[in-house]
Ligand binder design. Structure first.
Ligand code: 0X9
Ligand code: ZN
Length: 423
């Protein structure tokens, strides 16, 4: 016993302990704040990416609501700060773990995607196995248009798979979509799956792949995604081991090699916005990088689907400067927004990441445009829901998917019009 103790102490002192340091959500609180001066806003935002804090939602301008999760160890210090700065606040959640347990029951997380009359139904958040099964099933049942594409293997050995939807031929303009780069943003993969479902299984949409190819990777960070189902609902990053740290994972959306680590990213492994030891340290970001570089002659538009907040973001995230084709990016996003608003009036905010959200270098959207050469690159941030924002009730899976597809149709028609030949 004594020997074990000595070994454990020595082990952690030298940093080779295997135990993972996961922030406990027992007693963690979620606060809603509206800082009304720049000083108050900076005081709150200074916690971005810091241990014990998770900014679940933030606006860009003064007066926008901020929602922040604070783990039990930091609650006292945070509340002292709120008093000191006289920041009005409401405690939305007293104990995050309790809410997660309750939500888990409500989500009725399905072991598989359910099928109704031979069609997929969107009534649960699927596990990764079920996603892969669905892709495979489509490739079998619709073999003339659908093929499973593997672009790599995750850190823990899962395939990073997507679906290519094409009416055949080579050299056609293509649209690339990925989602669940951020593991906890569950509404993104269900929406990408809905787009797959509509493109492949609804013949009314066959015009969309007549002259354009689609590559859709619904779960780009499979290890993280599975971890949100099995261990820790709010996990965001990959699951790689960080040498010398008891915290795992890298934020894949800070790990792309374009102005990597310039701003809005952390060099601390325990941070949720940890950028990694170097650009493309993660096999998941390497997989996407290599796929884009191998196909950058044909890929004309990229959607990195995230949640939440109702935004169509576009580059740059590393600078407030506008890209050369800002007008085209904006006009197209406006058309997509008009289309999605027809379902039930939902509206998205449109603009560059830096100007409407925050500065953050190393995002996939910036790299795909800046290095990959894909001029039209977007990060749609889909609608949130539930207490943390990452848990829209299952009844919202379908309408949010439908809204996303209405927008996707506009992107598809635009690429067909601009680059397609066999209309
Ligand atoms: O911070 C992010 O990675 C994205 N927001 S999220 O809430 N889904 O985490 C926004 C990324 C925008 N793009 C860049 N900053 N490049
Ligand atoms: Zn995200």
């Amino acid at each position: 016993m004594r020997l074990l103790f000595v070994l454990l102490v020595a082990g952690s002192a030298f940093g080779f302990s295997n135990a993972e340091d996961l922030p406990s959500l027992e007693g963690a609180k979620v606060y809603r704040l509206i800082p009304d001066t720049d000083e108050k806003l900076s005081a709150v935002l200074a916690h971005h990416g810091k241990e014990g804090y998770d900014i679940l939602r933030r606006g860009h301008v003064l007066g926008d609501e901020i929602r922040i999760l604070v783990t039990a160890d930091y609650v006292e210090a945070f509340e002292t700060e709120l008093t000191e700065y006289e920041i009005d606040n409401v405690i939305e959640i007293e104990n995050a773990q309790e809410v997660i347990d309750e939500e888990k029951t409500r989500q009725s997380v399905g072991p598989s995607i359910t099928h109704v009359n031979g069609r997929i139904s969107f009534e649960a958040y699927p596990r990764y196995d079920a996603v892969l099964e669905y892709l495979q099933e489509l490739a079998t049942n619709y073999s003339s248009i659908a093929t499973v594409v593997n672009i790599g293997t995750s850190y823990e050995g899962r395939p990073i798979s997507g679906l290519k939807i094409s009416s055949g031929g080579t050299g056609k303009p293509a649209i690339l979509i990925d989602s669940a780069m951020h593991a906890r943003e569950w509404i993104a993969p269900t929406s990408a799956l809905y787009a797959i479902n509509q493109l492949v299984e609804n013949s009314e949409n066959s015009d969309l792949y007549a002259s354009v190819d689609w590559y859709i990777f619904p779960v780009a960070n499979p290890d993280g995604y599975e971890f949100t189902h099995t261990n820790y609902r709010l996990w965001r990053k990959t699951r790689s081991i960080n040498t010398g740290s008891s915290c795992r994972g890298v934020d894949p959306n800070r790990n792309f090699g374009y102005y990597w680590m310039l701003n809005g990213a952390s060099d601390l492994p325990c941070s949720d916005i940890y950028a990694g030891t170097e650009a493309f340290s993660e096999v998941e970001t390497q997989a996407l990088r290599d796929f884009v570089l191998a196909n950058n002659e044909t890929i004309k538009l990229y959607l990195a689907v995230h949640s939440y907040g109702n935004y169509f973001l576009y580059p740059w995230g590393y600078t407030a400067d506008l890209p050369d084709n800002e007008e085209e990016l904006r006009t197209l996003a406006e058309a997509a927004d008009d289309a999605l608003s027809t379902l039930r009036g939902t509206r998205y905010t449109i603009g560059t990441s830096t100007n409407v959200l925050y500065e953050a270098a190393g995002g996939s959207d910036d790299w795909v445009k800046g290095v990959g050469g894909v001029e039209l690159s977007y990060t749609p941030e889909l609608t949130g829901g539930g207490i943390f924002g990452f848990d829209p009730p299952v009844s919202e899976i379908l309408p949010i998917g439908q809204e996303f597809f209405l927008a996707t149709r506009v992107f598809g028609e635009y690429i067909a019009e601009k680059f397609g030949s066999s209309k």
